[in-house]
Design a protein around this ligand. Structure first.
Ligand SMILES: NC(=O)c1ccc[n+]([C@@H]2O[C@H](COP(=O)([O-])OP(=O)(O)OC[C@H]3O[C@@H](n4cnc5c(N)ncnc54)[C@H](O)[C@@H]3O)[C@@H](O)[C@H]2O)c1
Length: 406
């Protein structure tokens, strides 16, 4: 699996010329930089790629980030005006990594200009915005991708195989959670993530979207839900500059109101018959980044947790009498892993998942095929989110109704 069969940097593959893909990135914070670094790393890791991505133009409102994009990452140019990224004739693919409530406007403009578009999750801050973005890309006939990066973890891919080939038997129940501590400190600053007008909804949009997307990939659609949400830390220090969700203020700073939810919990039914529970929190103390799931079937069970991304816990009834969860270490026998490190138990990391996702998205564009996860998958999630939010208001079970607009 490793990229050893071809001279690194060779201009051609066995399948023919590599297609040049001019890339524009909008929003050069954590994820905009992660995607840019990932695109730079792809040639050194994936010899079989059908494309060569070129960093053309970076858009960000902060001058120091624009300088970094050109000076350190090698973008040809930068701009404070995101429209210049979309209008740039050398740009064929736009990566959107700006705050959520800007997504839909950027996606609609990119699609209207005929540019393929990768948008960070959740694609908009509200279900209605995600639906608009999906329709815009579909109507324009451009390829869309969404940043559900945990799908690409090698051991998550392997878990999918174990479920699909029946190794676990009939799946009876599923537990998904995304517990993060990024908002657990009351002095954590009031960055855009805590504001409904910039982020849209809170943890349902930011964290539970990842959890449910993984469950969709592993088990299929959800038909009905009941749930609850809460905001536990209701005000935070206002940051002096932009401020990220990892920034910290002081007790003397002026405070502003948090306007979206810190916590969400949901009980649900899958179309395949399994039952599931999901929780997401950004303000609890203890789990630092538990993007995790557990799957229970009639012949076995498995669990995975981002905090130990190179380990999969597997239980198989057929191992009797030597039953018990066994730790399967990541290694080059699992999808993608060998592109990064050879052997077994030599670990990969968070940003390697972004490299895999960008590799797969760019090859979808280069070969002209529909990409998964795309905006259609984002609409699948917001259809569940919409039912959850209805349930949190009504206090009752609510059916999941597809929000996709034809
Ligand atoms: N897939 C993941 O694991 C993951 C992780 C973190 C963030 N995200 C997503 O990535 C997106 C960005 O999050 P982040 O953590 O990188 O945020 P961030 O705050 O670190 O970066 C956002 C950047 O956008 C810039 N920006 C703001 N307004 C702009 C405008 N009008 N035009 C151009 N640039 C503008 C900011 O200056 C900043 O540099 C969000 O949608 C978030 O949900 C995904």
């Amino acid at each position: 699996m490793s990229a050893t069969t071809e001279t690194i940097g060779a201009p051609r593959t066995a399948r023919g010329a590599r297609r040049r893909l001019g890339v524009g990135v909008i929003g050069f914070g954590w994820l905009g930089q992660a995607h840019s670094r990932s695109l730079l790393r792809i040639p050194t890791l994936f010899a079989e790629r059908e494309f060569n991505a070129e960093l053309v133009i970076c858009g960000d409102t902060l001058p120091e980030r624009r300088d970094d994009a050109v000076g350190s990452y090698g973008f040809a140019r930068s701009t404070a005006d995101w429209r210049a990224v979309i209008d740039d004739p050398d740009v064929e693919v736009v990566f959107v990594a700006a705050p959520n409530m800007l997504h839909v406007e950027l996606v609609e403009a990119a699609a209207a200009a005929g540019k393929h578009v990768f948008c960070e999750k959740p694609v908009g801050g509200t279900p209605a915005q995600t639906v608009r973005a999906e329709k815009a890309a579909r109507t324009a006939g451009v390829i869309s991708g969404v940043g559900y990066n945990y799908r690409w973890a090698p051991l998550v891919q392997y878990a999918r195989m174990l479920i699909a080939d029946g190794t676990l038997g009939e799946i009876t129940n599923y537990r998904g959670r995304f517990f993060s501590m990024y908002g657990s400190d009351p002095l954590g600053v009031l960055s855009w993530r805590f504001l409904v007008d910039q982020a849209g909804y809170g943890v349902t949009t930011d964290l539970m979207s990842h959890s449910v997307d993984l469950a969709h990939m592993l088990l299929g659609p959800i038909t009905r839900v009941t749930g609850t949400t809460e905001t536990f830390i209701r005000e935070r220090p206002v940051p002096a500059g932009g401020g990220t969700h990892y920034g910290r203020g002081t007790p003397d700073d002026p405070k502003g109101a948090v306007t979206n939810e810190d916590y969400a919990g949901m009980l649900c039914e899958f179309a395949g018959g399994a039952r599931g529970t999901f929780e997401a929190s950004r303000s609890m103390v203890g789990p630092e980044s538990q993007m995790a799931f557990e799957v229970y079937g009639t012949k076995g069970a498995l669990s995975w947790n981002l905090e130990k991304l190179n380990e999969l816990q597997v239980y198989l009834v057929e191992d009797a009498p030597h039953t018990g969860y066994r730790t399967v270490f990541g290694g080059d026998r699992f999808p993608y892993h060998g592109h990064f490190v050879p052997g077994s138990a030599n670990g990969i990391g968070f940003e390697d998942l972004v490299v895999i996702e960008d590799f797969e998205f760019c090859r979808s564009v280069a070969t002209g095929r529909e990409h998964m996860p795309g905006f259609g998958d984002a609409v699948e999630w917001v259809s569940v989110q919409d039912a959850l939010l209805r349930s949190a208001r009504s206090g009752r079970w609510e059916d999941v109704v597809s929000l996709r607009e034809d």
